[in-house]
Write a protein that binds this ligand. Structure first.
Ligand SMILES: O=C(O)[C@H]1O[C@H](OP(=O)(O)OP(=O)(O)OC[C@H]2O[C@@H](n3ccc(=O)[nH]c3=O)[C@H](O)[C@@H]2O)[C@H](O)[C@@H](O)[C@@H]1O
Length: 435
């Protein structure tokens, strides 16, 4: 302190010392100080306004996120609640009552329809984001509505809405399929993965843990959690600590988050590691889908190849087999043990591979499509890009087989035949083009 005083009192120039001595000059100094502060504030304010309103960089990402997934439409009212109750009512009084998140998605639509067919109560939830053509999601919604499944249009991050749904219906199960999918897109829009696969998952689990009774949860993890694992076929016991994409990392994080909610709150949780699911009403961002579109258009299809002409292969799994796996997991899910946010005892925590157990090289996938479409593909062999892809996947399914008799029955040829038939009937031969 005494040192400070010494510095303050020492004039750098004799003139400066004099200025501070005169009362008139002190007034002038105070006035110019006030001016400096005023203009500094104006300057800081301008900078703030510039960055806050700038359409580029981070604010672009957040506004994009908002546009894509936080679009929660207005809800409420007796008519809305009536629709929800009707959709979620099981045929028999002791039947399952399932909230399916991501119901307008590829797997979500098929699972919702299958549950409804066998008499379960089903309510869908989807934010209809535009990661891929939303009109396809709307068409799936129409399909479900015709079979009596209503989809609430909202984001899983909307906890108020989720709680409201649980107030209206005591769901016995949640089939949580809402997620940001796609391996390569994670480099383009990383925050959307954190938003849906991490924040969204936590939002959903928070509501599930606090309601009474707590539902049992089955949710979609991914084969991508095996990452750079080279031990084949992939077993649930293998290491999953080397994700090759942010997508995979968020799914792996989801598995750890599931462990936490099971451990603390007694939620019964089952994670399903899907292996490259394909079929009718599929996702246009996936290779088999856009290869079909581009072969028909006469556009070249990029076929990835690993180092030294190494084959890139996937354990492509047909949607009907996946649906059977989802239903098997729901049927064998034990009840959660907690209530109202408190654990009462240990609860079930499981993870299963749902694959086909026979990997097929991507070049063979293209050959099958060529035959089915009767069009020769313009093949463009490309080096496997370093943006999240792994060289191969191969599922060991013995655990799911033992637990609920999971046994895939559709080979790629048969499954793609069904897909192509659907594709041509949905899009027509060039009339309605897939985007
Ligand atoms: O099983 C999974 O866990 C994942 O399966 C797919 O991911 P991926 O297997 O990469 O599926 P596609 O993007 O359809 O790619 C299929 C194969 O085609 C290859 N490919 C992809 C794109 C392309 O232009 N060229 C090409 O050869 C990929 O390397 C891959 O081997 C899904 O997109 C993920 O959401 C899902 O979680």
């Amino acid at each position: 302190m005494s040192q400070m005083k010494h510095i303050d009192n020492t004039p750098s120039t004799p003139g400066k010392f004099k200025i501070e001595k005169s009362p008139y000059n002190r007034l002038r100094l105070q006035f110019s100080l006030a001016k400096i502060i005023f203009w500094s504030l104006v300057f800081v304010g301008l900078i703030f306004v510039f960055f806050y309103r700038s359409p580029s960089s981070s604010s672009h990402v957040s506004s994009d996120l908002f546009r894509r997934s936080l679009r929660t439409s207005s809800y409420g009212g007796p008519a809305w609640e009536k629709k929800i109750k009707a959709s979620a009512k099981p045929r028999s009084s002791n039947g399952m009552c399932v909230l399916v998140t991501g119901a307008a998605g590829f797997v979500g639509t098929h699972v919702s329809a299958a549950l409804k067919r066998r008499g379960n109560g089903v309510l869908g939830l989807d934010n209809f984001n535009d990661y891929y053509d939303p009109s396809l999601k709307r068409a799936r919604q129409e399909l479900l509505e015709r079979s009596g499944v209503y989809i609430v249009e909202a984001d899983i991050n909307d906890a108020t809405l989720l709680k409201k749904l649980f107030e209206i219906v005591a769901f016995t199960h949640v089939m949580h399929l809402a997620a940001q999918a796609g391996v390569r897109y994670a480099m383009e829009n990383p925050s959307s993965y954190v938003h849906s696969n991490i924040a969204g998952l936590v939002s959903m689990l928070e509501v599930c843990k606090s309601v009474n009774p707590q539902p049992s949860i089955v949710w979609a993890s991914s084969s991508s959690v095996y990452g750079l694992n080279t031990k084949v076929p992939f077993s649930e016991r293998d290491r999953t600590d080397q994700p090759a994409s942010l997508y995979a990392a968020t799914k792996k994080a989801g598995e750890e988050i599931a462990h936490t909610y099971n451990h603390i709150y007694g939620l019964s949780i089952t994670g399903l590691r899907f292996f490259t699911v394909y079929g009718p009403w599929g996702r246009p961002d996936m290779a088999y889908f856009f290869f079909t579109r581009d072969i028909l258009k006469g556009k070249s299809v990029p076929i990835f190849e690993a180092a030294n002409h190494g084959t890139v292969a996937r354990d492509f799994t047909y949607i009907d087999d996946i649906v059977k796996g989802c239903l098997g997991a729901l049927d064998t899910a034990k009840k959660s043990t907690g209530s109202g946010g408190k654990k009462k005892g240990p609860a079930q925590l499981r993870v299963f591979n749902l694959g086909n157990t026979s990997p097929v090289p991507v070049s063979d996938l293209v050959s099958i499509l060529e035959k089915l479409l009767k069009v020769k593909a313009k093949r463009l062999i490309m080096k496997l890009p370093r943006n999240g892809d792994v060289q191969f996947t191969h599922a060991n399914i013995s655990l799911a087989q033992k637990e609920f008799g999971y046994m895939p029955t559709t080979d790629l040829q048969t499954g793609l035949k069904k897909f192509v038939r659907w594709y041509l009937s949905y899009y027509g031969n060039g009339k309605k083009r897939a985007q």
